[in-house]
Design a protein around this ligand. Structure first.
Ligand SMILES: C=CC1=C(C)c2cc3[nH]c(cc4nc(cc5[nH]c(cc1n2)c(C)c5CCC(=O)O)C(CCC(=O)O)=C4C)c(C)c3C=C
Ligand code: FE2
Ligand code: FE2
Length: 363
């Protein structure tokens, strides 16, 4: 066996020693049944996601779901796939790049690496890459505004998988939620307002969040409450009365009761009650993905129009909008506080000053 690689040595003033692991759910490597089978097998084997005893769940997963769902899901993914890959991965990579640039422009030399809880690039490999670059303080930032056991806690489990087999650990911090963060709410409100200015305003705004089994709410998962708080703050920022918006839950999976009201039946009922126009926004998704581009912008649109609705506008996720990147940067900065960062170089300070002067000149 070759001798172990020497531990990285840290010297003040070198490359950044602080890293951000910027994560999202994960996505298949290709829009094919084989890639979907691998991805779904990993995702749906996570006991944080499917909280059914293994003895009961295993035969259902391997005997039914992994035989039927991959081909169906692959067709759906194919309908939203981008030339560069899966939308969720493409947006996550762009967000990570822009977050790093935004922090650097503010004099914070931080390495931001994107990672996926399921599929590629995986969390252990991304952490190892930071470690190999001499990073000794890591902020884990899952792009889930609302905490849930299925998403946030599962991400932390995966980080722990890497820490368990690593000798010299970095210091670690976690962002576990930002559902009521002022920057995030403002970015959402600005995106809805921009849509209204450009495309007109429907009398009803539907805020659709990913669903969860209802049981998780009774077991103490704060997800449902946090979705409602995000929705209330967004409605307040937009000046909406309770009659002007609805909070719904999408993506029901399996036979158990999920959080209600469900998105598609709500849209159908609205159309049947004579609401001819709706705007739909998905504030819990920080990036467009299968669940927004296919389930909402294709399937839910079709259901609403089929039920008699006339105009359905889907408002895209925050993706890499400057307001979103600025909100994530502010959030990261607050969580990095107290971790001494290398002082900015004279070149960074000069660039920051030039940016401030240019912004002042534009104002
Ligand atoms: C038991 C099933 C599921 C739970 C619980 C669940 C929670 C949950 N998921 C997200 C965010 C996303 N989910 C996405 C896809 C997706 N979700 C499930 C099932 C559960 N999700 C499945 C089976 C799939 C795969 C797609 C399919 O085959 O239909 C995605 C999109 C991924 C992409 O590649 O685009 C996101 C994002 C949250 C936030 C959440 C709990 C709060
Ligand atoms: Fe999901
Ligand atoms: Fe879905």
């Amino acid at each position: 066996m070759p001798p172990p690689a020497p531990a990285p040595s840290f010297q003040h003033g070198q490359a950044p020693r602080v890293g951000i692991l910027f994560t999202n759910l994960g996505t298949p490597d290709a829009a094919t049944p084989a890639a979907l089978r691998r991805y779904l097998a990993e995702f749906l084997s996570d006991s944080r996601v499917v909280e059914i005893p293994r003895l009961v769940w295993w035969p259902i997963l391997h005997g039914i779901i992994l035989r039927t769902r991959p081909a169906k899901s692959a067709r759906k993914y194919a309908s939203v796939w981008l030339p560069e890959g899966s939308p969720l991965l493409v947006w996550t990579q762009r967000q990570a790049r822009e977050l790093q640039a935004e922090l650097a422009a503010d004099g914070l030399p931080v390495i931001v690496v994107p990672a996926m809880r399921y599929g590629n690039p995986g969390i252990p490999a991304a952490l190892q890459a930071l470690h190999d670059r001499g990073v000794d303080r890591i902020l884990v930032l899952p792009a889930y505004p609302q905490y849930s056991g299925a998403t946030t806690a599962s991400t932390i489990d995966k980080v722990a998988e890497w820490t368990r087999r690593t000798r010299r650990l970095p210091a670690l911090r976690f962002v576990t939620q930002y559902h009521d963060d002022a920057g995030y709410i403002q970015a959402l409100a600005a995106s809805v307002c921009a849509h209204w200015q450009q495309a007109g305003r429907a009398p009803m705004l539907v805020m659709s969040f990913h669903g969860m089994p209802e049981r998780t709410l009774h077991l103490g998962d704060p997800y449902h409450c946090q979705c409602h708080k995000t929705a209330r703050l967004l409605a307040e920022a937009l000046g909406l009365s309770t009659e002007q918006y609805r909070v719904t839950f999408q993506s029901r999976f399996g036979k158990a009761k999920w959080l209600e009201p469900a998105t598609e039946p709500t849209l159908v009922a609205l159309a049947q009650q004579g609401v001819a126009q709706v705007d739909v926004v998905c504030p819990g998704f920080s990036a467009d993905c299968l669940e927004t581009l296919e389930e909402i912008s294709q399937e839910a649109r079709e259901a609403f129009l089929h039920a008699g609705g006339q105009v359905f506008h889907y408002i895209p996720c925050l993706n890499d909008s400057p307001a979103h990147v600025a909100a994530l940067a502010a959030l990261a900065r607050r969580h990095l506080a107290g971790w001494e960062l290398d002082p900015p170089s004279p070149a960074t300070l000069a660039a920051t000053k030039a940016r401030a002067l240019a912004a002042g000149a534009r104002a």
